[in-house]
Design a protein around this ligand. Structure first.
Ligand SMILES: [Zn+2]
Ligand SMILES: [Zn+2]
Ligand SMILES: [Zn+2]
Length: 271
């Protein structure tokens, strides 16, 4: 399994679009991995997770061919994760020869997608409503997905995902605070090769709907104890807000001893 982290920031990006705060200035000066666009990922070049407002630029920057994507999983209806208007460009004359794209999400995001694609039945006919804890097989015929309830703004239909492909499982945990009990329960029996965790607050206190480096460490311990992860599992902290204030290297110093990697734009992990 090849995971490509295309974006690693929280909603406003980092440096944030309209911000004049010290951590945005620090990130601007340091550059490199401290430039963070909105969160999204690509699995094996064909399964896309989230469609953030920066997706077009990320695909050009990282030389990604999005015409090959078969399935798009949306975590929730917040605009930093889902820009439904982009689905309208999947059909001629905006795109030619693209692989038919199936879109999977909770009802809240699917309703936004319907509103954005009603002029294009080919797109609208491939929208699928997911129910928490009800597994599905994606259109590629080999990828199994278990949607998990997330702890995040309930009006956004928040889902985390266990994505299993060719014998490898990925836990995608954006956006969420500490997982609800039914999520922990449903994870049992899995063995994750990769775990992506919400660290919006950096080394500050986590909130109800978002995590921190501290919760990432606790989640890793909990997964190791439950047997859903082992010493081979790759843990990645991701989805960072400028309000966390720490540069990439500073966050690496905090979680290195816990064996957690700090995500960045363009990061690729192969397991
Ligand atoms: Zn977000
Ligand atoms: Zn800022
Ligand atoms: Zn959100």
């Amino acid at each position: 399994m090849r995971l490509h982290i295309m974006g690693s920031a929280a909603a406003e990006g980092w440096p944030a679009m309209w911000c004049d705060c010290p951590s945005c200035h620090k990130a601007h000066q340091a550059g490199g991995k401290n430039y963070r666009t909105r969160s999204g990922a690509l699995i094996d070049g064909v399964i896309k997770v989230d469609l953030c407002p920066d997706t077009y630029m990320q695909a050009r920057r990282d030389d990604v061919d999005l015409s090959k994507v078969t399935d798009l999983l949306i975590t929730h209806a917040h605009q930093d994760h889902f820009t439904p208007a982009e689905l309208g460009f999947h059909v001629p004359p905006f795109a030619h020869g693209a692989t038919p794209l199936h879109v999977w999400a909770a009802l809240q995001a699917i309703m936004l997608a319907r509103a954005a694609t009603q002029r294009w039945p080919d797109v609208e006919n491939r929208l699928h409503v997911l129910t928490p804890l009800a597994p599905v097989r994606l259109s590629d015929g080999i990828t199994e997905v278990l949607p998990l309830p997330a702890r995040h703004d309930r009006h956004s239909g928040p889902l985390n995902y266990i994505i299993t492909r060719n014998g490898k499982s990925l836990f995608y945990g954006l956006d969420s605070g500490w997982y609800p009990d039914e999520s922990w329960e449903a994870q049992k029996g899995n063995k994750f090769a990769i775990v992506v965790l919400d660290c919006t607050h950096g080394d500050m206190e986590a909130s109800d709907g978002h995590g921190s480096l501290g919760t990432a460490k606790r989640i890793k311990e909990e997964m190791l104890a439950a047997g859903t992860a082992d010493h081979n599992t790759v843990f990645i902290a991701n989805h960072f807000s400028h309000n966390g204030g720490l540069l990439h290297e500073e966050m690496e110093d905090i979680v290195r001893s816990a064996g957690i990697l700090v995500g960045y734009d363009g990061m690729i992990v192969e397991v």
